[in-house]
Design a protein around this ligand. Sequence first.
Ligand code: DC
Length: 227
Amino acid sequence: MSAASPLTPHPSPVITIDGPSASGKGTVAERVAHALGFHFLDSGALYRLTALAAMKAGAALDDEAAVARLAAGLPARFGEGAVWLSDEDVTEAIRAEAMGAGASQVAALPAVRAALLERQRAYLQPPGLVADGRDMGTVIFPAAQAKVFLTASAAARAERRYKQLIEKGNSANLIDLVADMQARDARDASRAVAPLRPAPDALLLDTTHMDVDAAVQAVLAHYRSKL
Ligand code: DC
């Protein structure tokens, strides 16, 4: 258990960046963390790793007790741009579309979210943290100094994901991507626990017509305005 309540002011600054899938928040969050020399939490990776661990263990993705047990003991390591599950480099494996969908499924289970809660808060270390996810500003770090909700139109997001997949040499179908993305957004936004939604005090940043640099600058300006 962490000593401090999440609502008492954090000892080090936290910037939360939440938003739907493929909104570009991961890239923006990583760049903001780099610019400030802060730590970076990719909370979606923890849900992706949980889905992967469940698949490997042969657990059904809706078996809440079994998946929560796996999440609580997740043998995950991050470093050098790579993600490891036990001794296996799963950097690429967790980025597959199927793992995003699996992550969204296990993320709807309250016991799984509870199992990952303290692990996420433990990322807050000096000199500060940029946390990327769906509920960073609403549930995990509600006392964050600066909160951003990053969006883009569904068409723009599907197109970005399409380009990423093609660049990596994967095949992709834009129509399927839009459908998958809408299904994932609907599940993430409608679940009972920690649904995808902006914190009341979040800056809404629509990046449909904005490049990554402009989005990074907007987040940094928002953070500085809060100091
Ligand atoms: O950000 P991402 O695409 O890697 O996230 C994968 C899934 O994990 C996403 O569809 C919903 C879930 N997720 C979540 O519920 N809460 C978070 N803080 C981060 C991700």
